[in-house]
Design a protein around this ligand. Structure first.
Ligand SMILES: Cc1cc2nc3c(=O)[nH]c(=O)nc-3n(C[C@H](O)[C@H](O)[C@H](O)COP(=O)(O)O)c2cc1C
Length: 419
């Protein structure tokens, strides 16, 4: 796509014909607020109303699972047209979508399958392209996966399309296919996680086949005028993993597949660069230029490289905190949208204030969390608080956050009904 310099308040026209009112996106943030049936609740309505009036032109939901057997967290929302059938909580989804669009923003449902990144307290035998366990994690955290049969792969495609249909029918204004961060589609893309020798593994065209079949099935389910985004790793940042060259080719294919917005991120549970962890593997050797450091964003350098191959608008998420860096990246034509994650776990109205010029810098809460490994728990607990109608707790101590989060996840897992 030609590089079109833009300002933060400029609308963005998508290939499908929809328009996003400005260039700020609330990136996907897993909420953990579903009920014991994994249906949406009034807690989603509270949280998403706050984000909707918060000013971002695009709000992407936390990952919604397409198969209730395999969850990223026990409190995920699930749209499961499979064996469980029955009530999918459609009315609750309608109320969630209505609350999440009161501000006139787009609200896209992120659809995901965690594959081998399914915690053990959710599932004792997760599925994955191949039986390759996660590095740096114990079996108590993530049980070793088994390789998927071909009919299971085809089932994933069908489930994704079903969930996309439900998203449209219940009032969400788009979907985002999660193909990043080491979840199932990202596992298929990775030569490390995907050791298959059939038509779903080996050459990049085979490793990308599941993602592309999911996109084709979703497009045919939702029609030509409904936005479909993809979140993709610019690199896995792992020795022998999905790297920048692979990404470049996949980005070209995503253009052929009619993707409306490409969100670039990076990393996985094995190499959590999406949160700014120190890069490991071959890409770690790449020099990080001064300008990139100045501009904060972790993946901006990669985005600039992908830009030439991308026929659709590009968004970059990870690290953006100052209005100056956002303006600079937009003006430089390196991207079309800015994704924001952690700051919006606390300051839900940050986009509105940035757009109004009332704020020039987001608070980087992650820098004050001690120990740093408590970050995810700390941010997740803020979302639970907002969902419960409480104010965020900016003074929350990291060690307390980890203990409370672990207890919340364990008790939510114990409370799940009908599994
Ligand atoms: C609490 C929390 C939950 C997240 N959940 C998701 C998710 O469901 N799906 C996803 O694609 N990324 C998820 N992410 C990653 C964010 O979307 C984003 O890529 C990351 O936080 C980097 O952006 P930031 O530097 O602006 O926070 C999550 C991050 C945090 C902190």
């Amino acid at each position: 796509m030609s590089t079109t310099p833009a300002t933060l308040d400029a609308p963005l026209a998508l290939p499908c014909g929809a328009t996003v009112p400005n260039r700020l996106c609330k990136a996907a943030l897993t909420e953990g607020l579903a009920d014991a049936m994994n249906h949406a609740t009034v807690r989603h309505e509270r949280l998403y109303r706050a984000w909707s009036v918060g000013g971002a032109g695009l709000v992407v939901t936390g990952n919604v699972q397409i198969d209730r057997r395999y969850l990223e967290r026990p409190g995920n929302v699930v749209i499961d047209g499979g064996a469980t059938g029955g009530d999918e909580g459609l009315d609750a989804l309608r109320r969630y979508a209505a609350a999440g669009t009161v501000g006139g923003n787009h609200l896209w449902m992120q659809l995901n399958h965690p594959g081998r990144q399914t915690p053990t307290h959710v599932c004792a035998e997760p599925i994955a392209p191949s039986a390759v366990p996660l590095l740096n994690h114990s079996a108590a955290q993530f049980a070793p996966p088994r390789a998927m049969r071909e009919d299971e792969i085809e089932d994933v495609v069908r489930r994704w399309a079903h969930a996309a249909t439900v998203a449209r029918e219940t009032g969400f204004t788009g979907i985002q296919v999660h193909a990043a961060h080491g979840y199932l589609l990202s596992q298929f893309l990775s030569p490390v996680a995907n050791r298959r020798t059939d038509a779903w593994g080996g050459a990049l065209a085979n490793r990308a086949r599941l993602l592309r079949e999911v996109l084709r099935a979703c497009r045919s389910a939702v029609g030509a005028d409904f936005p479909i985004g993809v979140k993709l790793n610019s690199s896995d940042f792992q020795q022998g993993g999905f790297g920048a060259d692979d990404c470049l080719q996949v980005v070209r294919w995503l253009g052929e597949d009619g993707v409306d917005l490409l969100e670039l991120s990076g990393g996985s549970y094995e190499s959590p660069t999406m949160m700014g962890a120190k890069l490991r593997g071959p890409d770690a050797e790449r020099p990080v230029s001064d300008s990139t450091r100045r501009r904060e964003a972790y993946f901006l350098e990669y985005a600039a490289a992908m830009r030439g191959a991308a026929s659709m608008p590009v968004m970059v998420t990870g690290g953006f905190r100052t209005r100056a860096a956002m303006d600079e990246a937009l003006a430089g034509g390196e991207l079309d949208m800015i994704g924001l994650g952690r700051p919006l776990c606390v300051d839900t109205d940050l986009p509105r204030r940035l757009l109004a010029g009332d704020c020039t810098e987001a608070v980087a809460y992650e820098r004050g969390i001690d120990p740093p490994k408590a970050g995810l728990a700390w941010f997740c607990l803020q979302l639970l608080r907002i969902g419960d109608g409480l104010e965020p707790d900016r003074g929350l101590d990291g060690t307390t956050a980890m203990a409370r989060y672990a207890e919340n996840e364990a008790s939510t897992a114990r409370g799940l009904v009908g599994r």
